[in-house]
Ligand binder design. Sequence first.
Ligand SMILES: [Zn+2]
Length: 334
Amino acid sequence: MNHSAADLPWLEPYRRRLVDYALAGRVPQALLIAGIAGLGKMRLARAFARRLLCRRPGAAACGECASCHLFEAQTHPDFLAIEPAEPGKPITIDAIRRLIGTLSLKPQYSGYRVVILAPAHQMNAAAANSLLKTLEEPDEHTVMLLLTESPEALPATVLSRCQRMDITVPDRGHSIEWLAEQGLAEQAEVLLAMAQGAPLRALALAQEGVIQKRGEFYLAWGDVARCIEEPVLVAEKWAKFSCEALLDWMISWVIDLIRLRAAPNCTTLNNPDLRKSLQATALQLELKNMYRFLDLLNATKRRLSGQINRQLALEELLIHWSRILKTAQRKIYE
Ligand SMILES: [Zn+2]
């Protein structure tokens, strides 16, 4: 299902604030919309762009005028989307130069011209520098919407020239309700924990079949601890999957193990669906070893952004993990 901003209730206050800007004739010429992935920043920005370009706007775009039709067909001449040529690649100075070229011409329809630049933190230094002049001396028709999940990665010079709107993680209860409406009532809590509370990210994870993958990896992780599976073989199999996801899962399991070791009836768990199994494992572990393992997991996570051999890193973690339980069991049986 493709949700428009109007179907995402947590965006409503932001949408209303943007409409108020438009009604009051105070639309910022450069607006930075910041917030973690999966909150709907792009949908919010697109709905606002459509509203600004609409010929007969009310609280939202009319959906019927020529401008709305062009926007829907993605052929509106006064709407520009700047993005990396490939996902994950930088936004280059060439893209910004082309943008500046287009902005030097008058809008084709009277009224606004809207640019959505995302992800803004993926502009390389030359691109950001080149954009500065446009941000400093905007023409009165142009509205620049910069979207980012890492505002801290943007140069201060760019930040200081943008008005800022921070989209915060919605209330947990509301997100669970919304996920239940999408048919995910049972998995809502787990998905939300995996998505750092971002509902659209949680929905995307569900659609990618992540719950099942996590279950499979959890079983393999348990088998490693019980010496049923070889850490090296498990690492080989799982290194093909997202190493970031595997580390996040292990970190969340270990945090839950620590919580359950300290307080067996602890109610706030990252993985409420795994409570029983985690509880049983926690009883066999020593807190200090778990903290040490958590440190190792976090250190490895930080190294993932660099050039590391991921399979080897995963192997190292699984070997460490297999020894923790063995050490604990030896103690018990001695
Ligand atoms: Zn319209």
